[in-house]
Design a protein around this ligand. Structure first.
Ligand SMILES: Cc1cc2nc3c(=O)[nH]c(=O)nc-3n(C[C@H](O)[C@H](O)[C@H](O)COP(=O)(O)OP(=O)(O)OC[C@H]3O[C@@H](n4cnc5c(N)ncnc54)[C@H](O)[C@@H]3O)c2cc1C
Length: 448
């Protein structure tokens, strides 16, 4: 059996369904497939938080009270210090949603735009034409293999990046595997609170020092207790036990545990190659501070859909050169900001709990929204060192991390407009990243 389409999307979750819907809206034939069944789609974990603003910004139907995917809305989130002090507020309307019915909503939306969905359909391998250009994929359904010929194959298969990792070396997009050092292993405990009247969280409270948080869930008397850590679920659990012993959390009884992982590394330098794009977790576009990925996946999808629609007009095959602007537009904006944060993060948390408490008290690194732009980081650090609030070693770590973050930001802001300048840019980026700190290094040091 053989099928032909314009766009083949592998993976039908937040990234794949959104991109499929956008390309279908633009008049292309789109097939989006997923190895999950319809009923299981999105069941990797249950509760997800997405800023309300993103639904209207990206033209998606917004869940609301009475919908099966909607649980509640909260209006701010806070960060607190390693000693549980000095809350830093961030106001935003955040929707608390259930992933499985949310995926049903997105699949209905993609189909209403004209995309075709195929579930229990697994990607097997990429297909190349006689000139070595990607031209679709071999898929498997009900034990039978079949080819789908497509001008564009989009990898939205999540952290394992099923298609990207099978592209040959030098095809135009890095084919790295996102391994344990490059993942954040997230463990979510769905807990019943002993005193819900007093303790039920009305927003997310995060301890960035420990990468832990407490958040609302569907049970009126419950909460989600979360942690993320590099290396392994076992290491994440050990970190959790250390944190839990501090007694910052309300009394609770854990009812069930979910675990899953999210990318924690720089994205590939190029998201596109001839006839190919990587999207969502397959492209590692997650927020280094929170591990959240959906809004950034939608941003990359919306840029990609605009550029591919133009490049694929009149039956044209989308070459890497024709859609290069996807890289330039994303990497110079959101990509640059996340690259800076990723480079700085390990320096920001490589200190003692008391030093982290000092940083919160004096709004060094961690600021309330009302304080944004009012503090000079270097002056704050110097004052900290002079007063003894921050050690010289931590001062050096932070200044180095801030400096490296600044350099990486500048480099990404000048991401090449044309593929011809890419080789030089990439070599310079490699040098910068080799000097930047890594959360995995800190985790390995701690785990030993
Ligand atoms: C525990 C946890 C909590 C999180 N909470 C949030 C949050 O609150 N807010 C937020 O914005 N982000 C959150 N994130 C991150 C977010 O889940 C991801 O960034 C987002 O789901 C990525 O979407 P995606 O569509 O790229 O990939 P996925 O959601 O992973 O979907 C990939 C799809 O591809 C399919 N697939 C994989 N391989 C194949 C194959 N070979 N053939 C066919 N299909 C295949 C899979 O079945 C899956 O349906 C969280 C992550 C974790 C781990």
């Amino acid at each position: 059996m053989e099928k032909e389409t314009d766009v083949l999307v592998i993976g039908a979750c937040t990234a794949g369904l959104y991109f499929a819907g956008l390309m279908a809206q633009k008049g292309f034939r789109v097939l989006v497939c997923d190895r999950s069944s319809t009923a299981d789609l999105g069941c990797r974990y249950d509760v997800i938080h997405i800023g309300e603003e993103y639904f209207s910004r990206f033209g998606l139907p917004q869940p609301g009270p009475g919908d099966e995917d909607y649980l509640e809305t909260f209006h701010k989130s806070i960060l607190v210090s390693a000693l549980n002090n000095y809350p830093k507020n961030n106001s935003a309307d955040i929707l608390v949603l259930r992933r499985v019915p949310l995926m049903r909503r997105l699949a209905d939306w993609a189909r209403s735009c004209g995309a075709e969905t195929s579930f229990e359909t697994e990607f097997v391998e990429p297909l190349f034409d006689g000139a070595g250009k990607l031209c679709g994929a071999l898929l498997r359904k009900d034990g039978a293999d079949f080819q789908v010929k497509a001008r564009l194959t989009a990898d939205a298969s999540g952290i394992d990046a099923a298609v990207r990792v099978k592209l040959p070396d030098g095809y135009g997009v890095e084919n790295f595997v996102t391994g344990p050092r490059d993942r954040f292993y997230v463990v979510l405990r769905y807990a019943k609170l002993k005193n819900p009247a007093e303790d039920k969280p009305k927003f997310t409270k995060t301890w960035p020092y420990y990468k832990t948080w407490i958040a609302p869930q569907w049970d009126a008397d419950g909460a989600i207790l979360g942690i993320g850590a590099n290396l392994s679920f076992d290491y994440a659990k050990r970190c959790w036990e250390r944190f839990y012993a501090k007694g910052f959390l309300p009394e609770n009884e854990v009812r069930h545990i979910e675990q899953s992982s999210t990318p924690y590394r720089r994205p590939p330098y190029s998201f596109v190659a001839d006839g190919f794009v990587a999207l969502g977790d397959a492209a590692c576009v997650t927020n280094p501070w929170s591990g959240e990925g959906v809004p950034y996946a939608w941003l990359l999808c919306s840029i990609a859909a605009e550029e591919f629609a133009e490049a694929m007009k009149n039956g044209a095959y989308p070459t890497q050169t024709a859609v290069w602007a996807i890289n330039t537009r994303y990497q110079r904006s959101q990509g640059a900001e996340f690259a800076q944060n990723l480079a700085m993060l390990s320096g920001a948390v490589d200190c003692s709990p008391e030093e982290n408490d000092y940083e919160f008290a004096h709004s060094v690194v961690f600021e309330d929204e009302s304080e944004k732009g009012k503090h000079n980081l270097v002056l704050g650090l110097l004052r900290g060192a002079l007063s003894g609030g921050i050690s010289i070693k931590s001062l050096i770590n932070l200044v180095k991390a801030a400096g490296m973050g600044g350099k990486i930001l500048k480099h990404y802001r000048s991401f090449p407009k044309e593929p011809t300048d890419f080789k030089v840019w990439t070599a310079q980026a490699d040098v910068l990243w080799s000097k930047a700190g890594s959360m995995a290094d800190l985790a390995e040091r701690d785990a030993d």
